[in-house]
Design a protein around this ligand. Structure first.
Ligand code: C2E
Ligand code: CA
Ligand code: CA
Ligand code: CA
Length: 281
């Protein structure tokens, strides 16, 4: 069995090498694609429960691949997220989001943007510095920070609660707010809401999809919303695909709702048309 084990180890080692090299080539392609401007920000509106307006949207990245067409993050993010390249990617998204808010304000559209930050980027010790650096590079009006929110995941926020609260404190001072993304899917317990100084939570779509037919999911969504109210944290729900889901979320007291029933993610130009023509019923 021992000799066999040695052979097996050798076999897997080669496979591992091939994989590492393939990943390396794929990563260099993605890096080149960023530099070539093949990535694009899409925007998905959120409906405010308070005035039924579209005041805010989430920034979602797409890769306009020259051969494969439009690629979603699940087709490229898993690879980048394990590599240093995620720093460059997130910085590109942040820079483009700052440029987008400038363009929206110039068109007199009073909206805010939520930007996803990967766990690795958020944990980087130079995170706050980088944000300030990008802000000065694109020369963003500092008042626009009030309309920028960063979405971080539970797990990345809980890695070190002190680190998280320090970063939130520093960026809150500038006006940037924080949302806890994919809420309910991580290993956080509801008590963490007490310790984290976040401004809002986003209930993961996996709880919304079945909510109407699954009384447990419904109870979880309702409980999260009630608890957030106690902590005076805003609640956003994502993944509302039907009017019935949207209405139930509004009934439960959600502050805003995102999902295909309101709008799918769209390009900047389509967003402008959408916002200029959006009239609440
Ligand atoms: P997420 O942050 O949970 O974003 C919500 C995802 O749900 C988006 O997928 C959105 O298109 C999708 N979605 C929204 N409404 C509905 C709905 O009603 N039904 C269904 N079935 N899906 C809906 P997307 O754009 O494919 O992004 C996937 C994930 O990739 C995001 O999940 C986020 O974690 C990550 N991501 C996307 N863009 C960026 C980015 O620019 N930077 C970073 N770091 N991560 C990003
Ligand atoms: Ca998100
Ligand atoms: Ca804010
Ligand atoms: Ca989610």
């Amino acid at each position: 069995a021992k000799e066999n084990g040695k052979n097996q180890f050798y076999f897997f080692d080669i496979k591992e090498h091939v994989k590492v090299r393939a990943n390396f080539r794929a990563l260099r392609k993605i890096e080149k694609a960023i530099d070539n401007g093949e990535f694009e920000l899409y925007f998905q509106p959120k409906l405010s429960a308070h005035n039924l307006q579209i005041n805010s949207m989430e920034v979602l990245s797409r890769w306009n691949h020259p051969i494969l067409g439009i690629l979603s993050p699940n087709e490229f993010l898993p690879l980048i997220e394990n590599d240093e390249l995620i720093y460059k990617f997130d910085e590109w998204v942040i820079r483009e989001s700052f440029l987008a808010i400038k363009k929206l304000k110039k068109k007199n559209l009073d909206v805010s943007l939520s930007v996803n930050i990967s766990p690795k980027k958020f944990q980087q010790t130079t995170f706050v510095e980088k944000i300030k650096q990008i802000a000065s590079e694109v020369n963003i009006d500092h008042s626009y920070f009030n309309d920028i929110e960063f979405e971080i995941t539970e797990n990345s926020a809980l890695e070190s609660i002190n680190h998280t609260n320090d970063i939130i404190y520093e960026l809150n001072k500038m006006g940037i707010s924080f949302s806890l993304d994919d809420f309910g899917t991580g290993y956080s317990s509801l008590t963490h809401l007490k310790e984290l100084n976040i401004n809002s939570i986003k209930i993961d779509k996996s709880f919304i999809f079945d909510m109407l037919h699954n009384s447990e999911d419904m109870a979880i969504v309702n409980a999260i919303i009630s608890l957030a109210k106690v902590f005076q944290i805003e609640v956003v729900a994502e993944g509302a695909e039907s009017i019935e889901q949207l209405l139930m979320l509004l009934d439960f007291g959600c502050d805003s709702v995102q999902g295909y029933t309101i709008a799918k993610p769209m390009s900047f130009d389509n967003l402008v048309v959408y916002l200029e023509n959006y009239i609440p019923d």
